[in-house]
Design a protein around this ligand. Sequence first.
Ligand code: PLP
Length: 363
Amino acid sequence: MPLSFRPELDPLRPYVPPKSWRMAAEGRDDKAYAKLTSNELAFGPLPEAEAALVEALPRANRYPDSHVSRLRRAIADANPGTEPANVLVGNGSSEVLLNALQLLPRGGEVVFPWPSFSLYPTVCAVLGTKARPVPLAEGHGIPAEALLSAVTDETRAVILCNPNNPSGTYLGLDGVRELAAELPSSVLLILDEAYVEFVEDTSYENSHALALESENVVVARTFSKAHGLAGLRAGYGIASERIADHAERVRFPVSVNLAAQVAATASMLAREKVAARAGFVIRERKRLQEAFRDADLDFIPSQGNFVMVRFGADAFERSGILVREGAALGYPGWSRVTVGNSEENDRVIQAIANKDGALERGA
Ligand SMILES: *Cc1c(COP(=O)(O)O)cnc(C)c1O
């Protein structure tokens, strides 16, 4: 008899990384390409984070603080009304999401808009929970009412990626509050706010307060995007003490490594600089969207550090720009373009401006 594996794992495949990751892994990173694939920040860690890394490195023989106390404190201080006991930590916000879902009774269903982050169906399969994707609304909007209608007695959680990856659309804070209020209190609402720093709508500020006021809401955030620390793996959540305490029971004791802890803490303490960088991304996002409009390309107005545009990834690649193929995200023929630095964004604008020329040459 061969080993038998859980059948719900059959449809899962290892994560297929975008081309830019594969090139880097194979040492083919020839710097000729603009890497606008994975919604990373175009800039390295803040100098404060780099200094903290250098200072911590000689201590790498020791285990780090397993409770991650300093980072929890910095996160609490950055979010008014939050105590360290309200903070969840993880190896990226992916772990925060996993740990939150692990707290719920086994089986059942998890509801989320779709297309969205590919991790959600994967985690559902790993946990043996049924994924219930709900199509985005008209204009790629968050389908708040349809999400509520999809909730049944079997629903354990609703995951709302807000702003949504890959559409860039988002639900205003009033809408989120309404959704939270109408959900049964037995259903956990996970607000995945990986891109919250890039939301322009000032009324969205302090969205974490909803998680502090509710027994069934957790906000998940990350150091991988606006903080520019994707390679170090740190994420956090804010929730009631009860949720945060339970999440600590399922977390691996040292899931947040020394480098991630010190760099994320330093970056959070320098958050005005992070906000300034996010401001740059917002301005550049506008510049890209205007160029798409001028070129008569369909695009989805975005509140993230990326824009979905109806322009082929292969055409971008011919112009030396790597983007995420829309086909992998439920948008065949489209591309998800990460907002890069000024020079990279210039190249994107150049590439689409050339499209008619390219078509003529091809004809
Ligand atoms: C990038 C991203 C994350 C961040 O994941 P990490 O594990 O923190 O790197 C989370 N959610 C969404 C929707 C994302 O796009």
